[in-house]
Design a protein around this ligand. Structure first.
Ligand SMILES: Cc1cc2nc3c(=O)[nH]c(=O)nc-3n(C[C@H](O)[C@H](O)[C@H](O)COP(=O)(O)OP(=O)(O)OC[C@H]3O[C@@H](n4cnc5c(N)ncnc54)[C@H](O)[C@@H]3O)c2cc1C
Length: 585
C-alpha cells in the first residue's frame, strides 16, 4: 500500500525498513516482500513517479534535472580540477530514485570490475560469474520501440528474458547509425565493433541498450514497485525523509540501530519507525553516508564540526567517492534531421508527443544515444611512467564515447540555430577520489559535495586523450560532408595545453558517483560495510546501493547497482530469521 506521508502510516513496526526507493532500494523492498510472512516498509523522501511525463517519455528524461522538484539539486564545491567551477549534481528524488530521471543507458560493467570487487572484499560471490544470475534475474530484453530487425546488434545469450526491468536496443534510427558502423570498419584497429558490451567485454563501439520497454521508460519504480504495490505485507511511504537512525541498545557488544526517525519536511513532526530484523540503507551514494553521519556514524572530526555526537568513529564514511567526469563535445552537422529540431518549437514537440501518445513510437520513444564505445589509452602512453594503470584489467577501459543525434551539453541550452551531433567523452577509470559530508546536524541542510573531479594527472591526461580520439573518429571518411566542424571552444583546442584548458573549462559529470560507503574485507580497518553489506561496528544496519561499490565500474551505474540490489536482497534473505520461520511452517 502507498502512503502519501509519514503521518498516514497505520503501524510503526516492521520486520524490515528500507530507506530510499531508488535502483537498489526498490529491488530490495520488492524481493524481501516476496515472502508473505515478512513485513516491509519502504521509506522514500521524494514524490511518486506516477504520471510524471518526463519520467515516462524516454527522450523527455533530461528535462527532469537539474533544478526541479524531482531532483535533490546538489551543487559541488568549487572544483580545482575544473578551474574552480562548481557544478550542479543531480540525484533523483521520487520513487525509482535516479532511475526515474536518468538517461536510461543500460550496461553491466566489465567482467574484470566484478572480479576486482570479489578480490577486494575476499568474497567470490561478487565475481562476474556469480553475478550473472542476478543480471538475468533483473533484465527482460524486449523489442525496440520501432520493432526493427535487431540481428547482429546484440548477443542474445548475454541477456535476461524474464526479469522485471525492460531493456531494449535503440527505438528510433538516426543519421549517425550507418556512419558509426562504417567508422568501426574503416578505423577498426582503434575503434573496433563490439557485438555486445553487456557480456562483460566492453572495449569497442557497439549498439547501446536502454531501460525502455514498449516505448516508455522502465525504472526501478515501474519495474519493481508498481507490480507489487498491492502486496499486504509491503507498505511504501513517500514524502518521508529519514532524518536520523536511532540507537536502540547494544547487541553483541555493538551499538544497535533498529529505529529511524522520518519527517515529511523541515519543521514537520518526526515519527519513529522500528525494524525488528534490519534497517536497509538504500538512500544512494549521497543519501546513505549523510544519514550515517547524521546518526553519529562517521569521521569524528566531520561529525564534531557539524555538531553531531559520535557513536561510531569510522573515517571511511562519505570518503572514496569515484565518479565518471563527463565532457560533452558538440559538432555542427550538415543535416536537418537531428533531434534538436524537436525541441526548438512547441509545434514540433507537440507533434512528436502526439505521435508518442498514439503509438509509443517516434524519436521521443528512443533513448539519448544509439551507440556507445569504450576505449583504452595506449600502454605506451607517457602517463604510465608515473601512474599504474587504474583500469580493472586489460579488457577494461579508460574512457567512453557516447554518440547523440542532438546537442547534449549538461546545463547549457542548445543554440537557437544549427544542427548538432554530440560525442560525449566520459572518464571511466578515474584515480581521483572525492567525498560527501554533512555541513550541519540539520537533515534538511545542504551537504558538502566534493567529487574532486580531475584531481590527478592521470584523469586530466585521459580526458585530453579522449578529445584527441574523437577528433580522429570524425576524421574518418564516413563523416565527410556530414560533420561541418566542432562547436565553440572545441574548435580552438588543438595543442595538448589548449585541450587541457578546454577540458577543465567545460567538463561536468555523468552522475555516476559510487564508493562513499565502500565494501571491504571482513575485519578490515577501512571501509564501511563488510562483504555481506552489513555496516561495520554496529548491529542492525545494512547498505544496499551505489555507495558500497568500491570503485567506478565500466558502465553507466544503474545496471551494476540493480545487480547489487538483487544480490543484496539475497544476502538479507539468507540471514533472515523470519525466513527460517516460513520455511519451517
Ligand atoms: C541525471 C542522471 C542521469 C543518469 N543517467 C544514467 C544512465 O543513462 N544510465 C545509468 O546506468 N545510470 C545513469 N545515472 C546513474 C544511476 O541512475 C544511478 O547510479 C542509480 O540510480 C543509483 O542507484 P541507487 O540505488 O544507489 O540510488 P538512487 O537511484 O539515487 O536512489 C536513492 C533513493 O533514496 C532516496 N533518499 C535519499 N535520501 C533519503 C532519505 N534520507 N530518506 C528517504 N529517502 C531518501 C532518494 O530520493 C532516491 O529515491 C544517471 C543519474 C542521474 C542523476
Amino acid at each position: 500500500k502507498l502512503y502519501q506521508n509519514p503521518s498516514q502510516l497505520t503501524k510503526t513496526r516492521y520486520d524490515y525498513i528500507v530507506i530510499g526507493g531508488g535502483a537498489a532500494g526498490s529491488v530490495v523492498a520488492s524481493r524481501l516482500s516476496e515472502n508473505p510472512w515478512v513485513s516491509v516498509l519502504l521509506v522514500e523522501a521524494g514524490i511518486s513517479n506516477e504520471g510524471v511525463l518526463g519520467s515516462i517519455v524516454p527522450l523527455l528524461g533530461p528535462s527532469l534535472t537539474p533544478n526541479t522538484i524531482y531532483d535533490w539539486n546538489y551543487t559541488t564545491t568549487a572544483q580545482p580540477g575544473y578551474n574552480g567551477r562548481s557544478i550542479p549534481y543531480s540525484r533523483g528524488k521520487l520513487l525509482g530514485g535516479s532511475t526515474s530521471v536518468n538517461f536510461m543507458v543500460y550496461m553491466r560493467g566489465s567482467s574484470e570490475d566484478f572480479d576486482k570487487y570479489a578480490s577486494i572484499t575476499g568474497d567470490s560471490g561478487w565475481n562476474w560469474k556469480n553475478m550473472q544470475q542476478y543480471a538475468k534475474k533483473n533484465e527482460k530484453l524486449v523489442a525496440p520501440a520501432d520493432n526493427h530487425n535487431t540481428a547482429g546488434q546484440f548477443i542474445p545469450s548475454f541477456h535476461g528474458n524474464s526479469g522485471p526491468l525492460s531493456v531494449s536496443l535503440p527505438g528510433f534510427p538516426t543519421p549517425l547509425d550507418d556512419r558509426i558502423m562504417a567508422t568501426t570498419k574503416e578505423l577498426s584497429s582503434e575503434f573496433p565493433f563490439n557485438p555486445d558490451a553487456v557480456g562483460g567485454d566492453v572495449l569497442g563501439v557497439g549498439w547501446s541498450f536502454a531501460t525502455i520497454g514498449g516505448g516508455s521508460r522502465s525504472s526501478a519504480a515501474t519495474a519493481y514497485l508498481t507490480p507489487v504495490m498491492s502486496r499486504p505485507n509491503l507498505d511504501i511511504v513517500i514524502n518521508a525523509q529519514a532524518t536520523k537512525l536511532v540507537r536502540t541498545g547494544m547487541v553483541g557488544g555493538l551499538p544497535s540501530f533498529h529505529a529511524v526517525e522520518v519527517a515529511e519536511k523541515a519543521g514537520a513532526p518526526t515519527r519513529t519507525l522500528t525494524a525488528s530484523s534490519e534497517i536497509v540503507l538504500s538512500a544512494g551514494t549521497f543519501g546513505t553516508p549523510l544519514l550515517l553521519q547524521l546518526s553519529g556514524i562517521g569521521d569524528r572530526a566531520d561529525l564534531r564540526a557539524a555538531g553531531v555526537a559520535t557513536i561510531v568513529h569510522n573515517p571511511s564514511v562519505g570518503r572514496n567517492m569515484s565518479d565518471h567526469a563527463l565532457l560533452a563535445n558538440p559538432f555542427y552537422v550538415n543535416n536537418t534531421d537531428t533531434f534538436d529540431t524537436i525541441f526548438r518549437t512547441p509545434e514540433a514537440l507537440n507533434a512528436n508527443l502526439e505521435r508518442w501518445q498514439t503509438s509509443k513510437t517516434g524519436p521521443l520513444a528512443g533513448g539519448v544515444c544509439n551507440h556507445i564505445g569504450f576505449f583504452r589509452i595506449p600502454k605506451t602512453a607517457s602517463i604510465f611512467k608515473m601512474t599504474a594503470d587504474p583500469a580493472a584489467g586489460k579488457k577494461s577501459s579508460h574512457y567512453e564515447m557516447i554518440f547523440s543525434n542532438l546537442w547534449v551539453v549538461p546545463g547549457v541550452p542548445a543554440p537557437s540555430t544549427g544542427n548538432f551531433m554530440s560525442i560525449t567523452t566520459n572518464l571511466i577509470s578515474p584515480t581521483s577520489r572525492g567525498m560527501v559530508k554533512i555541513a550541519s546536524s540539520n537533515a534538511f541542510a545542504k551537504p558538502i559535495v566534493d567529487p574532486n573531479f580531475l584531481g590527478t594527472a592521470f584523469d586530466v591526461f585521459t580526458l585530453v586523450e579522449a578529445v584527441k580520439a574523437i577528433k580522429r573518429f570524425v576524421a574518418a571518411k564516413a563523416w565527410k560532408g556530414y560533420v561541418l566542424g566542432p562547436y565553440g571552444a572545441l574548435a580552438n583546442a588543438n595543442t595538448d595545453a589548449e585541450i587541457e584548458q578546454y577540458v577543465r573549462g567545460n567538463a561536468a559529470t555523468v552522475f555516476h558517483a559510487t564508493g562513499t560507503a565502500s565494501m571491504s574485507p571482513r575485519g578490515a580497518k577501512w571501509g564501511v560495510v563488510d562483504p555481506d553489506l552489513k555496516v561495520k561496528g554496529v548491529e542492525g544496519l545494512r547498505i544496499v546501493d551505489g555507495s558500497v561499490i568500491p570503485s567506478s565500474p565500466n558502465a553507466h551505474t544503474q545496471g551494476p547497482i540493480y545487480l547489487f540490489g538483487e544480490r543484496g536482497a539475497d544476502l538479507i534473505k539468507r540471514d533472515s530469521k523470519v525466513q527460517t520461520v516460513t520455511e519451517t511452517l
